[in-house]
Ligand binder design. Structure first.
Ligand code: AMP
Ligand code: GLY
Length: 427
């Protein structure tokens, strides 16, 4: 088959790496890709949110199947346009992707289908929002309704800070995305990311991973897209999996179909393990980044048949995927300053040698090759995802950090405590 993968992050490198191993993939193109993806796919220089450019490419190249990695093209209706053209594509329609693109949509949906989540209010007016804050206790959870690159949630500790934050939201901190604000009850517990593939009626469970959203060690600092991940997540037991499928994933697939926008694609449930059981923090309509990197490392089965069955509506006929039992850890290397301002163009070395090590795969995110020198250069906020497998999670984490040490890059910023919660639990 001839495939197009859309995106340029560590997630897409992991998807490209896995898809390139499929016996049924003859040609793999990726738009816009990165320096790592260029090693397993042909790169096409069209941005993931350039819908017109992508549609022209897809018609010109007559791909058999298109896989959409990131959320922006989903929320912009790329899948709808491809459905109209009769092109097979993996990913939800714009209406179904509202599970990610509108937090207010998802909260109302959870209400309708009795899906456990935090109590909430939705506000388009600052006075009403401020009045609501006064009825709540700290910490305060404020969320921009729309897409904000994983940064649209703030959790101020004091009423004064929460009010100041509301002012910023309504004065356009996240543009239109924060003109509607969701205020939620604060939930306590450990977090896990759980993934299922849906074909609109059937949901096939994948596995869980744990991410590290904050920029700095000890879960300090601003929220990021994610600074590291590992799988399996010890807190995500088989009993938890059964509960999450029954109370969260299945009602979601059922409800979305009933409401007239069946969800085809990856359902990524961000979960809080509370004393009352798992509750939904948020949905994403695509794989997580960096969770995808550890999940693809652990997936033993071919990925392509799962994606094709989701598109075709035949997931009920697919065998449950097989997984490698070895734990996998992933340390994200970001450019110094991320998620704030950071420099591009700094030179990175040592990646090729590290990739030769047993159990190590370095996925690229914001990277490019120097035009004349061919050197690897940083080209984004999150730059590399260093993944390692090991007999135990401790072994995987140690191997990942040894690899991180061997990568030479003056602007390297990373967390040194990936998987600390699980490691504490195990010792
Ligand atoms: P989200 O982008 O909705 O996943 O939120 C980003 C992060 O904010 C989550 O990973 C949680 O750590 C935190 N968070 C979001 N909502 C809540 C909540 N209701 N209670 C506690 N923490 C939350
Ligand atoms: N790692 C969280 C996300 O992809 O949104």
């Amino acid at each position: 088959m001839k495939l197009l993968l859309i995106g340029s992050g560590g997630r897409e490198h992991a998807l490209a790496w896995k898809l390139a191993q499929s016996p049924n993939v003859e040609t793999l193109h990726c738009a816009p890709g990165n320096a790592g993806i260029a090693e397993v796919a042909d790169i096409v220089d069209i941005a993931a949110d350039d819908i017109i450019g992508l549609l022209a490419l897809i018609q010109r190249e007559a791909y058999d199947f298109v896989v959409v990695g990131p959320e922006q093209p989903l929320a912009m209706g790329l899948v709808d346009a491809l459905n109209d053209l009769g092109v097979r594509v993996f990913g939800p329609t714009e209406a179904a992707a509202q599970l990610e693109s509108s937090k207010a949509f998802t909260k109302a949906f959870c209400d309708r289908y009795d899906i456990p989540t935090a109590g909430y209010g939705v506000f388009t007016d600052i006075a009403a929002a401020k009045a609501h804050l006064k009825t709540m206790t700290a910490p305060y959870v404020l969320k921009a309704d729309g897409l904000a690159a994983g940064k649209g949630v703030v959790i101020p500790e004091t009423l004064k800070d929460a009010e100041a934050e509301l002012e910023e939201f309504f004065s356009g901190k996240f543009g239109d995305a924060s003109q509607t604000v969701v205020i939620e009850e604060f939930m306590r517990g450990q977090e896990a990311s759980f993934f299922a593939i849906s074909d609109g009626t059937t949901a096939l469970p994948l596995i869980a991973a744990q991410d590290h959203k904050r920029a700095y060690d000890g879960d300090k600092g601003p929220n990021t897209g994610g600074m590291g991940a590992y799988s399996p997540a010890p807190i995500f037991t088989d009993a938890v999996l059964a509960t999450v499928m029954e109370k969260i994933i299945q009602p979601t697939v059922y409800g979305m179909a009933k409401d007239g926008h069946p969800f085809k694609g990856v359902l990524f449930a961000g979960l809080m393990m509370t004393d009352e059981g798992p509750k939904l923090i948020e949905y994403n309509a695509r794989f997580g980044d960096p969770e995808c990197q550890v999940i693809m490392r652990r997936l033993q089965s071919d990925l392509l048949p799962l994606l094709l069955a989701a598109e075709a509506g035949t997931l009920d006929k697919v065998d449950a995927p097989a997984w490698f039992s070895e734990p996998v850890a992933n340390v994200v290397l970001a450019a110094e300053g991320y998620p704030g301002a950071y420099k591009k163009g700094t030179v990175i070395s040592g990646v090729e040698a590290v990739n030769e090590r047993d159990g190590i795969v370095v996925f690229h995110a914001g990277t490019r090759r120097g035009k004349n020198c061919g050197k690897l250069k940083a080209n984004g906020g999150r730059v590399l995802s260093v993944t390692a497998s090991g007999e135990t999670l401790r072994d995987a984490v140690d191997a990942a950090y040894e690899a991180v040490d061997a990568i030479k890059w003056s602007a390297k910023q990373y967390r040194t405590d990936i998987a600390y919660q699980a490691l504490k639990q195990n010792t």
